[in-house]
Design a protein around this ligand. Structure first.
Ligand SMILES: [Zn+2]
Length: 446
């Protein structure tokens, strides 16, 4: 790999300049600004490097598909990423202008440096380094870049579903998210699923004077009573059949999780909490394997200054359930509805707002083990291997729809401030990420 690594080392300036150009172009999908311009810029860069690139229009923002063939190669790797970014607000909390990339204290600061422009470029520049040094990458490469990730990828599922032939490959690789606090390279073999619902309770047809409390039911109480039946104080979810489809962790997954380093005291100090659910020793087991029924928001009545004696007419809450293989969000909603009905809360309205399927590739899969070797080779350290991340993402598209092994490998630091002010990636980490991506290509080709 020395030829490829040397190429990266001697072309740092242009690899930086291409990142800077991309970061200077805001492409904020949730606000609809500059996304198409960003896509054009990325397409132009990919074509300049020699990647055969096609733009697919969708109901939303374009999907960019690129292909680079390697003569004689039998394997193909699919690299996924996104070129849209989160809004930069609140602007006053940025130490440098969000769309003017700045190198300071060993980091590159700017919106999109980490999430995800600086990370998706790792695959493009790894490909470029192979092209320039050896004439071709060690395996065929396919690139799939979307511009709607920050708005939950509405066009990606239908695109993948209708382009299964085009995306037929041997493995999927995504560089996204923040890395492990230990500084060791993190390799996530999947994601948790999610089921997001809103529950609404209805009382009288209008807010009333609270003197009518003895006569008229209060929807806020109705909601609170219903919510209290969803989970007990030991964090067990009480919805009938909730855990039915949970796939128990394998020995290899348990061993991987128990090897993840962490300091429970430091976590508690950082969060200023006295205890963690399940006790200090359970943090990563819950992080990877734990379900949650998280009350994300609760609204009713009067919350302003002073007193207002009101009997509210409406109460509502939002809940996200984090799911593990092989739970399905649409089935969890049905179980929730049946549970409420059975408990006498059938008049509550449950609206399904969206979700993700959980997804996992076995930690002992040959592709994952190749990624581990590649990462160890480049960084000189043992990576942290996690069966899945605690968050959610569209990994099921690769594992479920396309049937591929898939890993999510963050190349930005744990404090890269994704979605927040002062987003950043380590300067050295940016170049190391290109080498890691190249080493994974080399390993996967074997
Ligand atoms: Zn993001």
């Amino acid at each position: 790999m020395q030829d490829v690594f040397q190429y990266v080392d001697s072309h740092r300036d242009e690899m930086l300049s291409d990142l800077f150009t991309l970061v200077r172009q805001p492409g904020i999908s949730t606000q609809g600004t500059g996304v198409v311009e960003t896509a054009q810029m990325l397409v132009e860069l990919m074509r300049r490097i020699g990647i055969e690139t096609t733009v697919y229009e969708t109901a939303g923002f374009p999907i960019i598909y690129g292909e680079l063939k390697s003569p004689g190669a039998t394997k193909t790797l699919l690299a996924y990423g996104h070129y849209d970014v989160q809004p930069p607000e609140p602007l006053e909390l940025w130490n440098t202008p969000p769309f003017e990339p700045t190198i300071k204290d060993g980091r590159i600061w700017g919106r999109g440096t980490a999430d995800n422009k600086g990370q998706l470029l790792a695959h493009i520049f790894a490909a470029k380094a192979f092209l320039q040094t050896r004439g071709a990458p060690p395996l065929n490469l396919k690139f799939l870049f979307e511009g709607e990730e920050e708005m939950n990828s509405p066009s990606l599922w239908p695109f993948v579903e209708s382009h299964k032939g085009l995306l037929k490959t041997d493995a999927a690789l995504t560089a996204d998210g923040p890395s492990h606090p230990s500084g060791r390279q993190l390799i996530n073999c999947g994601v948790k699923g999610m089921c997001y619902v809103e529950i609404k309770a209805k009382g009288a047809n209008r807010d009333l004077h609270s003197m009518r409390g003895p006569m008229v039911y209060n929807p806020a109480w109705k909601l609170v009573h219903a919510l209290a039946t969803l989970k007990n104080r030991d964090e067990k979810i009480l919805i009938q059949g909730f855990y039915d489809d949970v796939q128990p962790p394998t020995e290899a997954e348990l061993a991987a999780v128990d090897a993840i380093p962490y300091n429970a005291e430091a976590i508690k100090r950082d969060l200023d909490v006295d205890e963690l659910i399940g006790g200090d020793g359970s943090y990563y087991r819950n992080f990877v394997f734990g379900n949650s029924c998280n009350l994300a928001g609760l609204t009713s009545g009067y919350q302003g200054q002073g007193m207002k004696t009101v009997l509210p007419s409406r109460a509502s809450c939002k809940i996200d359930f984090r799911l593990v293989p092989k739970q399905r969000p649409e089935e969890i909603v049905e179980k929730l509805r049946a549970h409420l009905e059975a408990g006498g809360f059938g008049d509550l309205e449950v609206e399904y707002l969206g979700g993700f399927y959980p997804s996992r590739t076995p930690v002992d899969h040959p592709y994952v083990q190749g990624v581990v070797r590649a990462t160890r080779f480049v960084t000189g350290k043992e990576p942290v291997l996690s069966p899945n991340m605690a968050g959610s993402g569209p990994d099921y598209l690769f594992t479920g729809l396309l049937g591929l092994p898939s890993v999510w490998m963050p190349l930005s630091p744990h404090d890269s401030n994704n979605h927040a002010p002062n987003e950043n990636i380590y300067l050295e980490g940016y170049f190391e990420g290109i080498k890691i991506s190249a080493a994974i290509m080399e390993e996967t080709a074997k």
